[in-house]
Design a protein around this ligand. Structure first.
Ligand code: HEM
Length: 491
């Protein structure tokens, strides 16, 4: 009996202590989480949210955001199927999105679909501390002083590639860029082994991996037993075997190569641990994905825009002629920096066709935000945040006539992106997750297009391409047919 009474009192006491502790913890958590009570952003839900989804599916992302922006301003939430998605439109409301610490705002599990593509040893397969260290290996390997050593091999790849074109002909620019960017990535990022030993095999496997990884089904159901996922896994396993062999060979060869592969092999974590073979393999796959795929799409868009806008084709060609008059056929890293017009032409392509049209984050800790219109809202934890790059890069109070291809908007006296303030131009993201390959990407696109402008007369034969929105990284629909005729001068 005593035992029963004691047990009852013990239970009551335990329950009371638990309630007191939980109340205190909850109060403390409330103090931390709710920085200060503000209303949530204006929210579209129910039938209206279905209407928004319908607009998105039928009229596209820009129209959908434009409609809600007009109604609610720069911060609004769309609540659909139990998910609350808050849009932050414009640079004025983007600081926390790009700069907030990972403990408060991060990709969450939204990029988990990349794990079977890239590998569970890097990126979203590992904890955030390890991921940050691996990210710093990329930054270190791709910083501008190290890029200078890539310019020679890159030029050589480009010259060799186009020497195989005839006097005149017709090509699918999309296919050409995909092949060429693979060669450049193979040579500069992995090393000459890929180029000399296994390029065709490597290219085929990588193509298979890309083709079977970026469909919407693979994104939402990365582990479903679909045939695309199966093909992806087979390609990934074979690619990994090839890369591991290269890494092993490199390790025993005692080479003095300075390429990205060597940098990643030589990288060490803060505790002194060297990178392993599987980690280097996964990092290489990750960087080739990031580097090759996006750059080949952007390089094709650059061609389509230049050839479609004759005024800019003429301006960029004239710039090359001036540079040739100054330096002859020689190109090095500093000469590449002088190609301002070409640089702005590429930059404008990325504004109009950002490879990632939206960035997503998950809110882990609620925060307050002041909208451009001056209202304060609290964004609760659990919300998904969207930074709509495609829309932000076309805001009319920042970019004059935003739908016009006008590379001069970035030129002296205008610099619309700088006037617009930090986070006005985010095709390479910004803050904590900014792309480490930006300088490399400009370098390869300028090397390719300076060569083409110097050596060929080009014209777009097919209609100006449309965007294929059915891909996670939207690319160009169909073939992009271009006719070429070799100029009389040779480089
Ligand atoms: C036009 C070309 C390119 C564009 C527009 C671009 C854009 C981006 C963007 C938007 C992100 C970050 C996405 C996020 O917020 O999570 C990113 C990440 C990354 N990019 Fe690029 N990129 C380009 C080319 C390259 C190249 C050439 C390389 C390497 C040589 C590269 C390496 C990377 C890597 C390694 C990451 C992942 C960083 C991480 O681990 O989070 N990118 N890129």
């Amino acid at each position: 009996m005593d035992i029963i009474v004691s047990a009852v009192w013990f239970t009551i006491a335990l329950a009371t202590i638990t309630v007191v502790i939980m109340t205190k913890v909850a109060r403390r958590r409330t103090k931390v989480d709710t920085v200060c009570h503000r209303p949530p952003p204006p929210t579209v839900n129910g039938g209206a949210a279905i209407g928004v989804l319908y607009t998105f599916l039928t009229r596209g992302l820009r129209v959908m955001i434009h409609d809600q922006y007009e109604k609610f301003g720069s911060v609004f939430t769309i609540s659909l199927f139990g998910q609350k998605v808050t849009f932050l439109v414009g640079p004025e409301v983007s600081a926390h999105f790009f700069q907030g610490p990972d403990s408060e705002i991060s990709h969450g599990n939204m990029l988990e679909f990349t794990v079977p593509i890239i590998g569970k040893e890097v990126g979203y397969g590992v904890d955030s501390t390890t991921r940050k260290e691996q990210y710093s290996f990329f930054f270190d390997a791709l910083k501008p002083p190290k890029l200078r050593s890539h310019i020679g091999p890159m030029l050589q790849e480009v010259e060799n590639y186009f020497s195989n074109w005839g006097q005149q002909g017709l090509v699918d620019l999309k296919h050409e860029m995909e092949q060429l960017l693979m060669l450049i990535s193979g040579r500069c990022l992995i090393g000459k082994e890929v180029h000399e030993m296994i390029f065709n095999e490597f290219f085929t496997l990588f193509h298979k991996l890309t083709e079977n990884s970026f469909g919407l089904t693979s994104m939402f159901f990365p582990y479903a037993p679909t045939s695309a996922n199966r093909r992806r896994d087979i390609a990934r396993a074979e690619l990994s075997k090839l890369l591991t062999e290269i890494i092993r060979l490199r390790k025993i060869s005692n080479t003095d190569e300075k390429d990205l592969l060597q940098n990643l092999i030589d990288s060490k974590y803060r505790d002194g641990r060297p990178t392993t073979e599987v980690e280097v393999t996964a990092m290489i796959i990750s960087i080739i994905f990031a580097g090759k795929h996006i750059s080949s799409i952007s390089s094709t868009w650059t061609g389509a825009c230049l050839l479609h806008h004759k005024r800019w084709l003429a301006a960029a060609t004239e710039e090359q002629e001036l540079i040739i008059r100054k330096y002859g056929d020689h190109i090095d890293y500093s000469i590449l920096q002088e190609m301002d017009i070409l640089h702005r032409c590429v930059k404008e392509v990325l504004r109009l066709h950002p490879p990632s049209p939206m960035f997503f984050r998950k809110v882990h800790k609620s925060f307050n935000i002041r909208s451009k219109e001056g209202e304060e809202f609290e964004i609760p934890s659990g919300h998904t945040l969207v930074s709509p790059v495609l829309f932000n890069c076309s805001i009319p109070y920042i970019y004059k006539d935003p739908d016009v291809y006008d590379p001069d908007r970035f030129g002296p006296g205008r610099e619309e992106d700088k006037v617009g303030g930090k986070f006005s131009y985010t095709p390479f993201s910004g803050g904590r997750h900014t792309c480490p390959g930006e300088a490399f990407a400009y370098m390869e696109m300028k090397v390719i297009w300076s060569h083409l402008l110097r050596n060929f007369e080009l014209s777009l034969v097919s209609p100006f391409p449309r965007t294929n929105w059915m891909k996670i990284i939207p690319d160009l629909q169909g073939k992009v047919m271009v006719s070429y005729k070799r100029r009389s001068r040779t480089t």
